[in-house]
Design a protein around this ligand. Sequence first.
Ligand code: SF4
Length: 75
Amino acid sequence: MIRITQQRAKCIGCNACVEAAEERWRISRKDGKCTLVGGIDKKGFYTVVVPDHEYDANRMAQQNCPVNIIRITQL
Ligand code: SF4
């Protein structure tokens, strides 16, 4: 399993994470920021635990995020 965390307030809505892992990231129509699908908010840090097969795509999302607000941890 892997844990994905996003510090959502700093998101600039560039769409890079959506292009890398479209099943896990979605641009919100409300505020233009990206939403981590399934993420639970804890003081502005959204976190979700997902199966290993999502690792590669989300690692790409992490690497491509220009403001460096995505974290991936292998559990
Ligand atoms: S790549 Fe980073 S800044 Fe761009 S939409 Fe995704 S979380 Fe936001």
